[in-house]
Design a protein around this ligand. Structure first.
Ligand SMILES: [Zn+2]
Length: 199
């Protein structure tokens, strides 16, 4: 099965799971919400079922596409089938909403394919500490890369202006290469804009 978004086709490996039209539409809405360039290092999404529910994970792909920019890597994302369960994971299952777990995993792809969070650590100490200070609710992981991935997801998920700390973290990543290096005009959701200096 393929997902269509941003003039791209991303393979969805469903395994033994039945992905219905509503689930497929939710994933495509989510991919459609983010800049197309952020999908360029994502090879495929795999649906799995694990004993310990962890939502999802991002993994380095074995082979790199010939079209991938030199120095970049390729990744694939695993999503637990339970992430579509409205009881276990209501945040992913709001009516016409986005799949927060997938946004979070794409945050890892964006970070790891360009070392974006390391750039923030070196070039924006205040911003780095802001993101590090944010709350991360997972009982599985709590390191700073998780906070970057959550901040990335927040940008596409929450309306601007509801939470000052969250908004300040989002401003940090909007001023990092993941966004300032985007070559084409990108319309961001939730009232966010790229700074005019860059576009
Ligand atoms: Zn993560």
């Amino acid at each position: 099965m393929y997902l269509q978004a941003r003039a791209r086709r991303i393979e969805l490996r469903t395994g033994r799971f039945n992905i219905d039209n509503g689930m497929k539409a939710c994933l495509e809405r989510t991919l459609q919400a983010i800049p197309g360039a952020h999908l360029d290092c994502l090879q495929y999404i795999q649906i799995r079922d694990r004993n310990d529910y962890a939502g999802g994970s991002t993994n380095r792909a074995r082979n790199i596409w010939p079209t991938t920019r030199p120095g970049s890597r390729n990744y694939w994302i695993m999503l637990d089938i339970d992430s579509f369960d409205p009881v276990q994971r209501p945040i992913n299952n709001r009516p016409n909403g986005l799949h927060y777990t997938l946004l979070h995993e794409i945050g890892h792809v964006v970070d790891w394919s360009t070392n974006n969070f390391r750039w923030i650590r070196r070039n924006d100490r205040v911003g780095y500490h802001l993101i590090n200070a944010r709350h991360h609710s997972s009982r599985f992981t709590n390191h700073s890369q998780e906070k970057f991935a959550d901040t990335y997801a927040d940008l596409f998920f929450y309306p601007r202006g509801r939470n000052q700390q969250r908004d300040r973290c989002i401003e940090v990543i909007l001023n990092s290469p993941a966004f300032t290096d985007l070559l084409s005009f990108v319309r961001l959701p939730n009232g966010w804009h790229l700074s005019p200096a860059n576009h």
